[in-house]
Write a protein that binds this ligand. Structure first.
Ligand code: FAS
Ligand code: PHB
Length: 387
């Protein structure tokens, strides 16, 4: 098989890149190791920056999001069981969209199918070869080996994918911070406790109230990094969540059976540079942020923005454009990495967060409540810095 861009990974970044390349007249093929229903069974992100909304509109994959998504003008922060609001629209005239990543991925698959996009599911053992001028990818499907010759390879295969692992170790610098806690997440068919997200700091640990729609709620609590999920019955989860929320939310919380329950470890990770020869690393293949700032999916989208621009420019004659991808993408990656680290540090109980540390966090939250300048800084980052 021959194509211009071989994309490893059929998650949101791979699919969005394939669709934008198609709209620019550039051919691609997506190699996804899992069946489509497995990809679409994942519960991941829930908050889209407005830049992501605009990218999905540009890709022609925004109709259902416009109809079923929830534009939000702000979020709530809380300390010591008392909340306050940060109004993005009032502060900077921007909003966010609450619409699950699972649905974004479903919409992107539909857009690729409608455009006759080539997506190979159950492509096992993808291997990247000759990352110089004549790259190609091999994979096995139903026991038969296949080869894809291409001009470029986009590694959109997530943190545990093959792409970053294909770059010689000496060619990459890795920056990492592993957090000493995890998030226990629950999805429940219950009405959200609040119209907007609530991020709560508490001496017992962080809690987050989110949602997918007005009958599907998503909640998280901070737990020890090695907590066994079997320890957490639904009742134990709801009790602990209530202890950490603002009073009015704890009193009005509607609980129910969990339809999904999972523990996600938290880390910050960035690989530099985000390219090697004709291989480009995109999204979680290049970086991971703790979900506290709702940046993971949105960063993958801005990487796609920069790579699409670079490849479109290349095929229009600017042969050096692809060289600029990594520096452009990393500038925004580090801003989102800093903000996600800052939100995580502000809201979580670290092992060494003693009484002094707790008061410092509460003082910073009190400053956010009082200072429009501090709230503006958070609003600019949370709604997404410009590309
Ligand atoms: P993805 O991991 O989504 O997609 C990579 C794709 O590549 C997958 O479909 C995988 O099957 C495929 N693949 C991997 N190896 C391959 C190979 N060798 N060959 C072929 N295909 C291969 N972000 C937020 O903003 N908010 C959240 O609440 C949030 N929660 C998360 C919870 C979990 C459990 C995880 C893991 C991540 C979460 N994230 C969250 C981050 C997440 O949303 C990512 O940022 C987002 O999925 C990034 O998209 P991609 O870069 O496309 O990677
Ligand atoms: C979610 O709805 O899953 C969600 C929302 C905001 C976050 C993290 C996760 O910061």
């Amino acid at each position: 098989m021959r194509t211009q861009v071989c994309i490893i990974g059929g998650g949101p970044s791979g699919l969005l890149l394939s669709q934008l390349l198609h709209l620019s007249g550039i051919d691609s093929v997506v190699l996804e190791r899992h069946p489509r229903d497995r990809v679409l069974s994942r519960i991941r992100a829930g908050v889209l920056e407005w830049g992501t909304v605009e990218m999905l509109e540009k890709a022609g994959a925004a109709r259902r999001m416009q109809a079923e998504g929830f534009p939000h003008s702000g979020i709530r922060l809380a300390a010591r069981n008392r909340g306050f609001r940060i109004d993005f629209n009032d502060l900077i005239g921007r909003r966010i969209m609450v619409y699950g990543q699972t649905e974004v991925t479903r919409d992107l698959y539909a857009a690729r199918d409608a455009a006759g996009g080539r997506i190979v599911h159950e492509a096992q053992g993808a291997a990247l070869h000759d990352l110089g001028d004549r790259p190609y990818v091999t994979y096995v499907r139903n026991g038969t080996e296949h080869r894809v010759d291409c001009d470029f390879i986009a590694g959109c295969d997530g943190f545990h994918g093959v792409s970053r692992a294909s770059v010689p170790k000496a060619a990459l610098r890795r920056f990492e911070r592993v957090y000493p806690f995890a998030w226990l997440g629950v999805l429940s068919r219950t009405p959200p406790v609040s119209e907007e997200l609530i991020y709560a700091n508490h001496p017992r640990g962080f809690a987050l109230c989110s949602m997918r729609n007005d009958t599907l709620s998503r909640y998280y609590i901070q737990v020890p990094a090695d907590d066994p999920i079997g320890k957490w019955t639904d009742a134990a989860f709801w009790d602990e969540l209530r202890r950490r929320l603002p009073q009015e939310a704890a009193e009005s919380l509607v609980t129910g059976a969990s339809i999904e329950k999972s523990i996600v470890p938290l880390r910050s990770f960035v690989a530099e540079p985000m390219q090697h020869g004709r291989l480009f690393l995109v999204g979680d293949a290049a970086h991971i942020v703790p979900p506290t700032g709702a940046k993971g999916l949105n960063l993958a989208v801005s990487d796609v923005f920069y790579l699409h621009e670079a490849l479109a420019a290349f095929y229009e004659g600017d042969r050096l454009a692809p060289e600029r991808y990594s520096d452009r993408a990393l500038a925004r990656v580090w801003q989102a990495t800093r903000f996600s680290w800052w939100m995580t540090s502000l809201l979580h109980r670290f092992p060494d967060t003693d009484d002094f540390g707790q008061r410092i966090q509460e003082a910073e939250l009190a400053h956010l409540e009082r200072s429009a300048a501090a709230r503006t800084q958070l609003a600019e980052n949370y709604t997404g810095l410009p590309y």
